[in-house]
Design a binder for this molecule. Structure first.
Ligand SMILES: [Zn+2]
Length: 568
């Protein structure tokens, strides 16, 4: 008798091997057998006509605050994610000196658009050091496993205090930052993260460490070599180009550890990603693990009347008469012809050319629709529609925003959509050196909701894509399971093989649907966030326990903190 048998499914085991019909037996939270299982289970799940996959491993999230109050960690847990990694992009909440809590919240709010009021109310700060933070996270049972990385901004604030933003740091200070990082890794952190992009700002300006010198990064990075595990994660405007590449390479040579950085196709250098992949491939031959991290769709801003940004958010009439009103009242007023005419006669009241460009890049703003379309053809853009109808783009956007009772969303891809299709993304995803990531689960609450990427990988890439080649199902699953797990050293999970953790999904692929994202106000202090649901997950299993069944939480909380191996 097994604890659990998942019976008669189509097994896509995460290794990339061809699918096959079979059963999965589970004992004591681990997979006991895969194939034909004769003995019964104390519990049996009927998986006939359904896929059985490993649980998804999402390595790029920002649940660092939410993880301390919320055992569900939606939306990621709604999308088959059974292990997530947080502490990305240099921001997080440990280590923290008493009195610095607000500063770390401001950084998270500025960079990741997570409401500061929600973080204030939600976090109870029962820690100072990173190991104490891990203990606090580890003390709470939850629906899925979580793992943490040490954020550079917090380490800098801890060591440098008021000078957290300074470029100049002493050798002793670097040594202290390295010591804190080493202690965190030895306590179980899975890596260290930093931000080197001018897009990441708080009310204090660029985040601490944005322009840190190579000696600081290499000095802290040495801690990963000494600890013998951990990933160096980074978001950088240089995207792996010089002068970053020299120290990235030196880091890998000195420590033998992997370094991952966000890679995207940008409008400014639309082919640079190809050069980067070529360079990374050449370094891989020498055994250096530089791993571009790529998403499975563009990082898309979602403009809606409840979002942080939309094409009219900077207009004087919006700011004066609508911004502070409840959603329903705004929608009613926007429907009035007088207000419509007045708003459409105005311009965004900003001198900031970036802000202006962001909200009025009409050739790259599309209706998202329901079901959502993340790969819309160019002719469906606001610009193309306006040209066809002989209207101004502003009029088209205005009317679209009022659809679905004013909850319609416009999709404004930030990068990876230069050619208005996904061919660049596909090439990046399928490159042997890359890893899937950048869902930013738990973050960008007012503008982006990409925690649904694991579901999208199956619906769009493995099943629906019509505007170019699809990705074979076996390969798509491997990218979100064995591949992500391997880069972060999570070798105990990611495939359906005897001895591995019994984390898995039972999926009705024919019925799998992504719903349109929606704005809800369920964070602490009534904070808002975009969430996105899915239909078609029959069951999600974590450590052998069913956590979701037909899309509903079962109440089981088998998820734990995953600690990296302690150095011996
Ligand atoms: Zn991030």
């Amino acid at each position: 008798m097994h604890d659990l048998v998942i019976r008669g499914g189509t097994i896509v085991d995460g290794t990339g091997a061809p699918r096959f019909e079979g059963d999965v037996a589970v004992d004591a939270g681990r997979i006991a057998a895969v194939g034909r299982v004769e003995s019964r289970g104390r519990r049996e799940l009927d998986a006939r006509h359904r896929l059985v996959t490993p649980g998804f491993v999402d390595v790029h999230t920002h649940y660092d605050g939410q993880v301390t109050w919320d055992p569900e960690l939606a939306p990621s847990s709604w999308h088959g994610v059974t292990t997530l990694v947080m502490g990305n992009c240099g921001v997080g909440f440990a280590p923290v000196r008493p009195g610095q809590e607000d500063f770390l919240i401001e950084l998270m709010e500025g960079v990741e658009d997570i409401p500061g009021t929600a973080l204030h109310e939600g976090i109870d700060w029962r820690w100072e050091s990173f190991p104490e933070y891990l203990d606090a996270v580890g003390a709470m049972p939850r629906a899925l496993d979580v793992a943490a990385q040490v954020p550079h901004c917090a380490v800098r604030a801890y060591v440098l205090g008021e000078r957290a933003h300074d470029l100049e740091v002493s050798a002793a200070e670097i040594a202290e930052m390295a010591r804190l990082t080493r202690d965190a890794l030895r306590a179980g952190a899975l890596g260290f993260s930093t931000s080197r992009t001018i897009l990441h700002r708080s009310r204090h300006g660029l985040v601490p460490g944005t322009h840190s010198k190579p000696e600081e990064l290499l000095g802290i990075g040495a801690a990963l070599g000494e600890a013998g595990h951990g990933v160096f994660e980074m978001v950088s405007d240089l995207q792996g180009q010089e002068p970053d590449l020299s120290w990235m390479r030196a880091f890998c040579e000195a420590t033998g550890r992997a370094l991952t950085f966000a890679l995207a196709q940008t409008p400014f250098a639309p082919t640079a990603w190809r050069d980067t992949l070529g360079r990374v491939e050449a370094l891989a031959v020498q055994g250096l693990r530089i791993v571009p991290q790529v998403p499975c769709r563009p990082t898309g801003m979602l403009f809606g009347l409840q979002s942080t940004l939309h094409p009219f958010v900077l207009h004087p009439t919006w700011r004066r008469e609508l911004a502070e009103h409840p959603h329903a009242a705004r929608v009613a007023r926007l429907r009035a012809p007088e207000l419509r005419a007045r708003l459409l006669a105005e311009e965004p009241a900003t001198r900031d050319p970036i802000a202006r460009a962001l909200v009025s890049n009409w050739p790259r703003i599309f209706p998202l629709g329901d079901p959502p379309d993340y790969e819309p053809p160019e002719e469906r853009s606001v610009a193309a529609t306006a040209a066809r109808d002989g209207r101004r783009p502003e009029e088209v956007a205005y009317d679209w925003l009022l659809e679905r009772d004013g909850t319609a969303l416009l999709f404004a891809p930030l990068a990876n959509y230069v050619d208005c299709d996904f061919e660049a993304i596909r090439a990046m995803m399928l490159h042997p050196s890359t890893v899937l990531g950048l869902s930013d689960g738990g973050a960008h609450c007012g503008l982006i909701c990409d925690a649904s990427m694991p579901t999208y990988l199956l619906t769009h890439w493995a099943r629906d894509r019509a505007r170019g080649p699809r990705i074979p199902l076996e390969q798509a699953v491997r990218l979100q399971t064995a591949n992500t797990a391997a880069v972060w050293g999570l070798g105990d999970r990611g495939t359906l093989e005897p001895g591995k953790r019994a984390d898995l999904n039972v999926v009705d692929l024919d019925a799998l649907r992504l719903r349109a994202p929606e704005m809800v106000h369920d964070l602490p202090a009534g904070g808002r966030r975009l969430v996105q649901r899915a239909e078609g997950y029959g069951a999600t299993v974590v450590a052998g326990e069913v956590t979701f069944e037909d899309g509903e939480r079962t109440g089981a909380l088998p998820g734990r903190l995953v600690r990296g191996p302690r150095a011996c």
